[in-house]
Design a protein around this ligand. Structure first.
Ligand code: ASP
Ligand code: MG
Length: 416
């Protein structure tokens, strides 16, 4: 049972979360609890580091970890107290105490193997372990590490995998994963089940329910992840029933597979077009090599076949935050690339249609093209993969496009 920041935002909520734990353990389930820092605390700790090291700007990441890991330490202790207050035996555990061994990449460490048997040996019989998420310890130096922002999801899934848990419940401030963002699509509905691969696409495309890495980890170790709300009254839920939420699982577990599962979108995109670039071997390398070296994540790439065998146009997208840096990088490499003109736009949005059913259905994208044409929405670029296609459009049409596609693929919730 993992509780996110908003689920442990204050003492009342911690006590409420403890009642969820009590319900499950009273029903005879063996549970391990993983907690995030109280909402906003990690941000405050990060800001403190930045202010303390403001002259040099790049402060020591080992000390950053020493500071930001404390948020989870506090919640783990408070949760153990709250559980004890309800008459449940509980004990808090820091990453280094178990230990959760990680790589040396301070601020973005990766979990090395967790010894599940050793963990279980630590956990005393009938005593609920409350583990501080987000943190670990470097296996050689013994220094405290953290797993990157949102990393307590990854802690929870890794621990669930190590102890072979039947399920990893992620308690959060929403009651599951939706077919699209309900703020933009009021008729979006909660998915009962979603396949790991689909969730990976949804998560990386801006459905901010879970850290992407945690979903990857769940897929690799086949950990069934259940996203549910901690705001549901703890005692109204039947611990043996089917509580509301979304199960992220292997596709084999999903009986009625729809062709399209969800529509994701992102407005934080920028488009860059390189006009009349030479059409010869090595040009793509000359463009994307420097961008990679500058740590810029290129997403869609569209290149045409030249008509005259000499020059062609090449378009790609980058995160809007990296737009200017990308232009500068390309300009610097102009000599090596050889092109006539550089264009760009930041008022673009990427709409993605996701569903593993697409593997076995033809013409899914064609339907979208027709529907958007009827709304006079122009498509700037298209990319496809096995279970997804993405369209780049003018940002002004984001909502219209998302709603149109949501209805087109039968995802709208029936009107109440
Ligand atoms: N407290 C950490 C953060 O805010 C980790 C987490 O909540 O998942 O990023
Ligand atoms: Mg989180």
């Amino acid at each position: 049972m993992k509780f996110g920041g908003t689920s442990v935002a204050d003492i009342d909520r911690i006590r409420n979360a403890a009642r969820h734990v009590k319900r499950e353990s009273a029903a005879g389930h063996e549970v391990a609890v993983v907690v995030s820092a109280m909402a906003g605390v990690t941000n405050q700790l990060v800001a403190l580091c930045e202010t303390a090291g403001k002259e040099r700007h790049v402060y020591d990441r080992r000390e950053y970890d020493a500071v930001v890991a404390t948020g989870e330490q506090v919640t783990a202790g408070l949760m153990a107290i709250a559980l004890q207050d309800l008459g449940i035996k509980a004990r808090s555990w820091q990453g280094w105490q178990l230990p959760i061994l990680t790589s040396a990449a301070h601020g973005a460490a990766r979990i090395a193997d967790i010894d599940g048997a050793a963990l279980i040996r630590h956990f005393k019989d009938k005593e609920v372990p409350v583990i501080a998420g987000f943190q670990g310890v470097h296996k050689e130096t013994g220094r405290v590490t953290t797993l990157g922002r949102g990393g307590s999801d990854t802690s929870a899934v890794a621990i669930a995998a190590a102890i072979r848990a039947e399920r990893c419940d992620i308690y959060t401030d929403v009651d599951g994963v939706y077919t699209s963002d309900p703020r933009v699509v009021p008729r979006a509905k909660r998915l009962d089940k979603v396949a790991f691969e689909e969730m990976l696409e949804l998560a990386s495309l801006g459905a901010k329910v879970m850290q992407v890495r945690s979903v990857e980890l769940g897929m690799v170790h086949n950990v069934r992840i259940f996203v549910r709300s901690s705001f549901d009254a703890p005692d109204s839920i039947d611990p043996h029933g089917n509580p509301p939420g979304t199960l992220i699982c292997d596709e084999g577990e999903i009986m009625e597979q729809q062709t399209v599962t969800g529509i994701a979108f992102s407005r934080d995109e920028a488009q860059i077009s390189i006009r009349q670039v030479q059409d010869k071997p090595g040009v793509a390398a000359a463009i994307f090599g420097p961008l990679a070296a500058a740590n810029i994540n290129v997403d869609m790439i569209v290149q045409n076949v030249s008509a005259d065998g000499k020059t062609t146009d090449l378009t790609f997208t980058v995160p809007a935050a990296d737009y200017q840096r990308s232009l500068d990088t390309i300009k610097k490499a102009k000599e090596a690339i050889g092109y006539q003109r550089l264009d760009g736009a930041t008022d673009v949005a990427k709409i993605s249609v996701i569903g593993i059913g697409m593997r076995s259905h033809a013409g899914v994208a064609a339907e979208a093209f027709r529907a958007l044409a009827e709304r006079a929405i122009n498509i700037r670029a298209i990319t496809t993969s096995e279970i997804k296609f993405s369209l780049l459009i003018d940002a002004a049409y984001t909502e219209l496009a998302v709603r149109t596609l949501h209805s087109l693929y039968g995802l709208d919730q029936a009107a109440p």
